[in-house]
Design a binder for this molecule. Structure first.
Ligand SMILES: C[S@@+](CC[C@H](N)C(=O)[O-])C[C@H]1O[C@@H](n2cnc3c(N)ncnc32)[C@H](O)[C@@H]1O
Length: 288
């Protein structure tokens, strides 16, 4: 498989995908019913506030990379953080901006690429990114950028997709098995934007090489347990039956080791050494 970041058009495809369908749109109950989106989000993913630690951010400079429709970004503002946010998708940013304005805030949101952040070195106390960097063609570069813009002693809190996962296994059963694709290739081609990558714990540790106090935690995504509202392509009666009959309790007993979400935190050292990041040898497989 070619290196994802060598496919010239891939980033445009990623941007077009999220412009056409900003993340979480299926949970809006009206064009601007952002509260419905937030209710669904935090009910389905109750680990988010604990992981992000919004409430400890008062007065801190926070950067959110990949704000999407801005549910978490608004939480940073409500908590009193000096929060900036970026996203590659103008349509997503537009909704995030509107959401903040309706809530009475003036957001600092910018159209920018996680691989080339428009901020100086050592700027932020916290860099937060939830479900974003695996969509960008050069994911290790996103980690390097997070490290660069963090102040010494600052903390990165990042969620990327984990390999293996129940979501990956289901996509493999649906698309991989008949088309001779690996589990990862099934995710790469069929989960959300084109080129979505998944990472083992060892690969994530490699991408976090410049950080210290690294903590990793795997959790099930709503999709792993089919708790989510099916997206447009899974609306047929056959899929509805799968959603109804899915053995959630049994799947849950596998434990978070088969969860899609990998919650990562780590500190930039107070006296940082040069970032000794291991180069990735393929689109997702980092040498360790
Ligand atoms: C799955 S959504 C997550 C959005 C939000 N963090 C959330 O949890 O709802 C992925 C987001 O990442 C953004 N994204 C993908 N690649 C990016 C890049 N290179 N730079 C900035 N944003 C990017 C997409 O535009 C999209 O809004």
């Amino acid at each position: 498989m070619a290196n994802a970041h060598s496919i010239p058009d891939l980033k445009n495809q990623v941007r077009d995908f999220w412009d056409a369908d900003p993340c979480g749109t299926r949970y809006l109950e009206g064009p601007e019913d952002f509260q419905a989106h937030a209710r669904a989000r935090y009910a389905l993913e109750p680990h988010i506030p604990e992981f992000a630690r919004f409430s400890s951010a008062r007065g801190l400079r926070v950067l959110e990379v990949g704000v999407g429709m801005g549910a978490d970004y608004l939480e940073w503002l409500k908590a009193g953080a000096l929060a900036s946010g970026v996203d590659l998708s103008a349509a997503s940013l537009e909704r995030a901006r509107r959401r903040c304005e309706l809530a009475g805030f003036r957001p600092d949101l910018r159209l920018a690429d996680a691989e080339r952040l428009p901020f100086g070195n050592n700027t932020f106390d916290v860099v937060y990114s939830y479900g974003v960097m695996h969509h960008s063609p050069d994911t290790p570069q996103c980690f390097r950028e997070a490290w660069r813009v963090l102040k010494p002693g600052g903390e990165a809190r990042i969620m990327v997709y984990h390999h293996p996962s129940l979501t990956g296994a289901m996509l493999w059963l649906r698309y991989g098995l008949s088309q001779g694709k690996s589990l990862r290739r099934a995710v790469y081609d069929h989960l959300e934007s084109p080129g979505t990558k998944t990472y083992t714990l060892a690969e994530v540790r490699s991408m976090m090489a410049g950080f210290e106090n690294i903590a990793l935690r795997q959790v099930f995504s709503p999709g792993d347990l089919l708790l989510n509202r099916p997206s447009a392509r899974f609306q047929s009666p056959a899929y509805r039956l799968v959603w109804r009959l899915y053995p959630r309790r049994l799947a849950g007993m596998l434990g978070g080791g088969w969860g899609l979400f990998l919650l990562i935190s780590g500190r930039k050292p107070a006296v940082p050494a040069p970032y000794a990041l291991t180069e990735c040898s393929s689109h997702q497989r980092c040498k360790t």
